[in-house]
Design a protein around this ligand. Structure first.
Ligand code: ADP
Length: 465
């Protein structure tokens, strides 16, 4: 069910409940006050007739005649007078006699002084009346036709107002909810038209600072992020295609040339060597992309366990020197560590080795001496400075070197595909670490990596304290 419909139903039900309560209270209080007023009237009538009968000594027949005459036009009150022995002294009209008095009722009147009750819609009062040292019981009964008519017309008015109000609330609810939800409907139709092909479209703000404007703003921010991530992906794919196409077309050309017989043995060997070099480049690119994909996994899918940084660095150096034995790597530890935890991080062995090997390789390949070094210091974080005395990075390039496929102005100095540093940054980020760079052209470059150490075990901390 739509929120709009739900709101209309909710408000209608709420209004019905409130109006019903209101109407019930009004009707009940009107009913009570009619009853009270009519009992008062009955008492006055009873006393007037008793006074006429006892004090003014008006004839029974005269009083009865007045009653019968009035009865034709008014809802006249029927009065009866009894003495203590339950002897009927006076009755307005015995033939009509609506209230059937009995001993118990008369006793009640004498003991309580006054009683009142309903009898088939008629209201009855009973009063004790003292005259000339003697006590009498008077009963008066009447049907409040006029009051009941007023109650009925009040009830009709209440139902009428009730119905009209509900109708009004429903119509107003539909109208106002449509008005209130108009911007939402606009947003929905606009959002429906946004797809990959027009990710630059944005939701319109309604010019105010309300929740809908907030929602549109948040949605637009999400679209900004999506758009930039789509753009990045498109750039990534086109970069990959480019990186794949260049070595592939060189390989094809080399092989086509070789297919033509008549090359010298030296030319064949050169062609094979060139094709081999390009194939290696392709293999390196494929491996880097594979690592990039792994580093982009959800962290929950990557296995993390305590790994010793010193062992990792030695492994990375070994891996690098296996690929190119001319590379030299120095590893230096600043200070001693007291336990394994101080030199260990919670990490993925494979990915961290890839990151370190990249930094070693860059240091070696961008320096004439083909040498790089790392110095490691321990603390809350393990800090690694990867330095070289190579050609350095141009200041203009520094902000971009972590962008995938970006190669600096010094790119021609060494082979590469521009993935290494972006992959390294991803891996360090995955381990909740940071990477930064400082470089001076022609003097050298230092990459600083900080990784959170597992830290000393709790009991050794306690001993220190
Ligand atoms: P690649 O090394 O394959 O070009 P990277 O992502 O590893 O790609 O590095 C990106 C760029 O950063 C390099 O092309 C180079 O311009 C610059 N760079 C990285 N490390 C160094 C370094 N140690 N010395 C000089 N330039 C570097």
């Amino acid at each position: 069910m739509k929120i709009r419909t739900r709101l209309i139903i909710l408000f209608t039900v709420l209004t019905i409940v409130i109006l019903s309560l209101f109407a019930t209270v009004i009707f009940q209080s009107a009913k009570k006050s009619r009853e009270r007023e009519y009992y008062d009237l009955l008492k006055k009538e009873a006393l007037t007739k008793a006074n006429l009968f006892f004090n003014a000594r008006v004839e029974k027949q005269t009083l009865q005649q007045i009653y019968r005459n009035n009865r034709k036009t008014l809802n006249e009150v029927e009065v009866a007078v009894y003495d203590t022995a339950f002897v009927l002294l006076y009755h307005d009209a015995l033939d009509i006699d609506f209230v059937k008095e009995d001993h118990r009722m008369i006793r009640d009147i004498y003991s309580k002084g006054q009683i009142q009750f309903f009898q088939q819609g008629w209201q009855v009062v009973g009063l004790s009346y003292d005259f000339d040292g003697r006590r009498y019981a008077i009963t008066a009964a009447g049907y409040d036709q006029y009051g009941y008519n007023k109650s009925d017309s009040l009830l009709v008015s209440i139902f009428l107002v009730f119905g009209v109000s509900i109708l009004f609330i429903v119509v107003a609810g539909i109208f106002f909810s449509r008005k209130a939800f108009e911007p939402v409907a606009d947003m929905i139709s606009k959002a429906k038209s946004i797809s990959v092909s027009n990710l630059d479209m944005r939701l319109p703000g309604n010019g105010s600072k309300d929740e809908l404007a907030d929602l549109a703003g948040t949605f637009n921010e999400m679209l900004d992020r999506l758009e930039s991530s789509f753009d990045a992906q498109k750039r990534f794919v086109s970069n990959i295609s480019h990186e794949l196409r260049t070595p592939l077309s060189t390989i094809i050309t080399e092989l086509e040339l070789s297919a033509d017989n008549g090359l010298t043995e030296q030319q064949y060997t050169a062609a094979i060597r060139n094709a081999l070099n390009d194939s290696r480049r392709l293999a390196r690119l494929a491996n880097s992309l594979l690592d990039f994909a792994k580093a982009s996994y959800d962290p929950s899918e990557i296995t993390f366990k305590p790994v010793r940084i010193d062992e990792l660095l030695l492994d990375a150096r070994q891996q690098l020197q296996k690929a190119d034995p001319t590379y030299k790597v120095d590893i230096h530890f600043e200070g001693d560590f007291e336990n394994d935890e101080e030199i260990s991080v919670n990490g993925n062995l494979y990915l961290l080795k890839v990151a370190f090997a990249n930094l070693f390789e860059n240091g070696c390949k961008f320096s004439d001496e083909r040498q790089s070094s790392v110095s490691v210091s321990f603390g809350k974080d393990i800090t690694l400075h990867f330095s070289d005395h190579g050609i350095g990075i141009a200041p203009d390039d520094l902000p971009s070197i972590f962008t995938p496929f970006y190669r600096g102005q010094n790119g021609s100095f060494a082979d590469g595909n521009g993935i290494g540093l972006s992959l390294t940054q991803k891996i360090v980020g995955l381990h909740k670490g940071t990477i930064s760079v400082t470089s001076t052209p022609n003097l050298g470059t230092t990459f600083t990596v900080m990784l959170p150490a597992i830290g000393p075990p709790v009991n050794s901390l306690l001993i220190k304290l």
